[in-house]
Design a protein around this ligand. Structure first.
Ligand code: ADP
Ligand code: MG
Length: 243
């Protein structure tokens, strides 16, 4: 389950971001939409346990993250989470295969070269295993980042603006890869994007719920607005409260 109530976040000196309440069954696929600055990355960081919950309740994959200690959050993150970050954070000193092994090694577990090979093949980049990140195209690096995120079989996969550096064709392919991967692993997928191509591509997928963050200072009190979409599709909206 993915659920939050009364969730708010304020950066030092910044306006408060307030998120409309949300409850989704797990596993689910979720698109977080909204203009730049509306709080998408902040919500992902909260879901990832990278930002402490300041106000409200946040339940991710059966765990209430509010009030968890940093140490407990670290452990939870390691066994629950895969992240495809906006900046890919591939290590230049390591090959693709070594980059894939790194999260497990950092967690004190053995590398899993079979898993790495399987994912690289599934993402159609098996031949890149021994290259270094600077020898990859941006689209290839993005795939490596997806493979790395899936290495430890996460229950929650987060992707922040995953199409940022991709052309139209790669964007569609990457969305399909993310959805297929999440589907086949039975993990919850949350994509944050303000890319019209992503929004359009996912609008035809009934299994993808959608949350619209409105994040404009002129916004009134928090509200839930239907967007006119029907079927199993769920929509929410969230406003950024004024400071
Ligand atoms: P989005 O991902 O939708 O573009 P963000 O979650 O990155 O939005 O940002 C939401 C708001 O919080 C913005 O006003 C942004 O300037 C602010 N913000 C984001 N990160 C920080 C930070 N580390 N320190 C202060 N303010 C931040
Ligand atoms: Mg962002």
């Amino acid at each position: 389950m993915l659920a939050w109530t009364g969730l708010r976040h304020r950066y030092p000196g910044g306006a408060e971001i307030a998120y409309a309440d949300c409850t989704l069954p797990a596993p689910c696929h979720l698109l977080l939409r909204g203009a730049s600055g509306s709080g998408k990355s902040t919500l992902l960081a909260l879901l990832a346990g990278l930002l402490r919950v300041q106000q409200g309740q946040l339940n991710v994959a059966g765990t209430n993250l509010a009030g968890m200690s940093p140490r407990a959050l670290d452990a939870w993150r390691g066994e629950t989470l895969g992240v495809v970050p906006q900046r890919l954070h591939l290590s230049e000193a390591l090959t693709v295969a070594e980059n894939l092994a790194l999260p497990a090694l950092a967690a004190g577990q053995g590398a899993d070269p079979a898993r790495a090979a399987e994912l690289l093949a599934a993402l159609d980049i098996a031949e890149l295993a021994h290259r270094r990140p600077h020898q990859l195209s941006v689209g290839q690096a993005q795939r490596v980042a997806i493979a790395r995120a899936l290495m430890r079989r996460p229950r929650l996969l987060l992707a922040d603006e995953p199409s940022a550096n991709l052309d139209d064709e790669h964007t569609l392919h990457m969305l399909a890869l993310l959805l297929d991967a999440a589907e086949s692993q039975g993990c919850t997928l949350v994509i944050a994007s303000h890319d019209a191509r992503v929004v359009e591509a996912l609008s035809t997928r009934d299994e993808v719920a959608e949350i619209v963050l409105r994040g404009r200072p002129s916004a009134g009190p928090m509200s839930s607005r239907p967007t006119g979409l029907s079927g199993s599709r769920t929509s929410f909206s969230s406003d950024e409260g004024s400071a």
